[in-house]
Design a protein around this ligand. Sequence first.
Ligand SMILES: [Zn+2]
Length: 420
Amino acid sequence: MFSDVAAGDLLQQVRAHDFGADPDLEADVNRIDAVVAMDRLIRSAQAEQVAQIAHLHRARALAMHIWHGDASLSVIGEVSMARNISPSAAGTQLGLALALDHLPAVMQLFSTGAISELSARAVVNESSSLGIDDYIVLDAGIAPQLPGLTHIKTGQATARAVIRIDAEAARVRALANRADNRVTMFPDTDGVAILQVRGKAEQIVAAYNVLDAWAHGLHGVGDERNIGQIMTETLIERVTGIVHADAVGVEIELVMDAETLLATDGEGNGDGDNAVELTGYGPISPDIADELIARAPDLFIRRLLVDPVDGTLVARDPHRRRFDGPLGKHVRARDRRCRQPGCDAKIRDADHIHEFADGGPTIKENAQGLCRRSHAIKGQPGWTVRSHGKASVWTTPTGHTYISHPPPILPQHQPPHHLQ
Ligand SMILES: [Zn+2]
């Protein structure tokens, strides 16, 4: 059932089908058919989205003969804001779009729903070392093998094909890949964060084995912490050079509105309802904050006074002229994350919304925290960003407009995200 229906008609037909009227066993079979049919619909919609992005990039690249900017960055900015996704996710999608332009048979499988977006990505990721001419050979060779493969097997099949086509390019790519090292940090829930390290496999395995052996050794002689706790604390002690992981210095921010401030004894020790933020991480529960405060040898507490109406930051430190001083810290404390609509990356720059060079003042109303990529997008030709009260308004080269509010630091305040 539904397998002969064109993708464009699927949603309507599945919704119109009266599953309740199917005979008992047949209804379940038909529901599975509907699940499969929806996969086909989703995939062909994803392929269409990617095709539209490729077209947009082509048009933007032509415009750049006049504008002298970076077409890719410009398209990434448009897609990021329109889809409310990070520039990095938009960049991955653009990369897929541009590569599939050179892989028409693979693209055909994707747009008919025969392979998933994950599989299409696997082909693109594994073939990035190939030249344009080699893509033609890969496309013809790999496409017939793909239907029915998982995305992992698709990646492996592509890797084998790429080595057959150009072993030297595959070797060069492997070298570049092994040199692509990074350490990233993600906040998790309940006062937990994740540290992720990408490096050469043998080094990562060696580091893991040392931690694992050390933890099992200590555990074997009576250390009461579990293996995961010993490994984590040992890693933190060796990286920071401190003797006990619990002894790291912390900076926390106590968030309060004027009402809460008046109800406290002036030291922030009120009724215990204040939101507490661990600097560089985000909100933590008051109990965890108490535990941190009790243990930390170096503790910085900073009070943030927020607007009782919309919950945005009113005061943190006395003003100064330069963004890298207290004013920069205010902007970081107020914005928390990159202010580009759709982006949640860490703030790298305190940006003058109205450029300093064009007479924009160095005051908090003209400042927003941005990540590097969003800052670069803002500087592309055809983009305008202006202040609107506490918000900034982003207009893209296609004329789409997005509004970015500073986030409420107290959770009850939820500003609207889109202007239109
Ligand atoms: Zn950003």
